[in-house]
Design a protein around this ligand. Structure first.
Ligand code: NAP
Length: 261
């Protein structure tokens, strides 16, 4: 009979970010670890994963607790986006209910540098409402889920960057959709902003390097940035990098094996 000592460490990796993809690559080659990557299913063509992937919501805290118990999960790693607050808070509650340790990878936030012209807001709606009343040329880096909110200020000409190509909604008569997946380059964003005469950038304070190019390009061109602050997430154990998360998992796995739990 297999005991806990020789059974693999079962990990649920909540993903949807470049950090999750990178951690999946590290975990895939590790002996004694059996990890599953979980995606919400928001994008049509997610990045390839070397780990088994499950797709779709769990059904709130109760559904996730049930999944953790049923699948004998030993560790939960939350590598979701800093603005994915619901799944992060659900994961905290569910892992506590199932008595399973949870670690989150939390990218450091961006902070304004010399030359940046930022205004900060607590919500996407507030960042949009603070645009001038007169029509402007606005780049939205807020993602697809924020497109309906732009309808509150339909007078602007929008350039909206999303992962999956789609038609602009009828509520935004002057919108252009640019489908692209990060990491993005500052030179490309400079060209895009110049081409569309961008006057304002709408951004979420995601942190990290993959989406920072728009902030850098705005600084170089003297463009105003309306920055949405991160949503609140219940305090939890965090690390700032994939490397630290991997080290934490290995240390945790070693301790579990030594104790035979
Ligand atoms: P959210 O508002 O926190 O989550 C909404 C619901 O989607 C959750 O309650 C959960 O459904 C399901 N869900 C979210 N992430 C999941 C995951 N990794 N695996 C399984 N179910 C998940 O999240 P969101 O802002 O919609 O983001 C969805 C996904 O896109 C996340 O995985 C996130 O990492 C990624 N993403 C988000 C952003 C962003 O700006 N929000 C940007 C880039 C990538 P149930 O309650 O039914 O379990």
């Amino acid at each position: 009979m297999m005991t806990k000592l020789d059974s693999p460490c079962r990990i649920l990796l909540l993903g949807g970010t470049s950090e999750a993809t990178s951690l999946a690559q590290s975990l895939a080659g590790e002996n004694g670890m059996s990890a599953t990557l979980s995606l919400a299913g928001r994008t049509a063509n997610p990045a390839e994963s070397p780990l088994p992937v499950r797709v779709g919501g769990f059904g709130g805290v109760d559904g996730l607790t049930e999944y953790l118990t049923r699948e004998n999960i030993d560790l939960v790693i939350d590598a979701t986006h800093p603005f994915a607050a619901r799944i992060s808070n659900n994961a905290i509650a569910a892992s506590a209910a199932a008595h399973i340790p949870l670690l989150a990878i939390e990218r450091p936030q961006w902070t304004p540098a010399g030359g940046d012209e930022w205004s900060e807001f607590d919500s996407i709606d507030a960042a949009i409402a603070a645009l001038p009343d007169t029509p402007q040329d606005v780049f939205s880096g807020l993602g697809r889920q924020a497109i309906p909110a732009l309808g509150a200020a339909p007078q602007h000409r929008y350039v909206i960057r999303v992962v999956d190509a789609s038609e602009p909604p009828a509520s935004l008569p002057n919108a252009t959709i640019v489908a692209a997946r990060g990491p993005f380059r500052t030179d490309d964003d400079l060209e895009l902003f110049r081409k569309h005469h961008i006057s304002h950038v709408l951004a979420k304070n995601a942190g990290g390097s993959a989406a920072y190019s728009k902030i850098e390009a705005a600084r170089l061109l003297g463009i105003k940035v309306h920055m949405v602050r991160r949503p609140a997430i219940t305090p939890r154990s965090t690390v700032a990098s994939v490397e630290d998360a991997f080290a934490w998992i290995k240390a945790h796995h070693r301790r579990c094996s030594e104790r035979g739990v």
